[in-house]
Design a protein around this ligand. Sequence first.
Ligand SMILES: [Zn+2]
Length: 206
Amino acid sequence: MDGTLLDGRVIYAVGQKFGFKFEIEEIAKASKVPYERSQRAAKLLKGLTVSEFTGVVKAIPLMKGAMEAVSQLKNENYKVGIISDSYTLATEIVARKLEMDFHVANRLEVKNGVFTGRLKMPLGWEKIGCDCRQSVCKRYHLVSKAKKYRVDMVNTVAVGDSSSDRCMLENAGVGILFNPLEGNIVKNVNCTVRSKDLTLVLNCLK
Ligand SMILES: [Zn+2]
């Protein structure tokens, strides 16, 4: 979602707005295991209200071409969804806007409309022996959605832009890098798009 469906990144936008962007950058650089970085980032949200958070999410523009790309895929009978290491409060806004079929992300614990700083993580790597150790193993959730919708893995398509997408991109039928953040993060991708226009992703499927 961040940097692909959205022309922006949720946690950075929230950090920018509420004064903890520097801390987010520090956590991103820290060499701890990935899911611990997600837990530490969630702690920074403690005390914010749900509406403060969703207000920032709603202000992040969709990527150019997102609406068109998703509706064209849906016309071609693809099941389209979001697998993100962001938060369900963000993915459900984007999934609803784009009329997508599913979304998977971390769940922020809320008490009386306020974040507690605790995070419920979907994980998945521990079940399949994936070495990503992320709060959301995107490979695990791609495989489980493919099973749910009775789609062979060879017919799955994944789009991502960062190392957190590696396990998903390398295992999808078609792995597409969209404006990759880091140099050569994934070796076995089928297609790379270097322009901020999601409709170009459709060219990778022809
Ligand atoms: Zn993984």
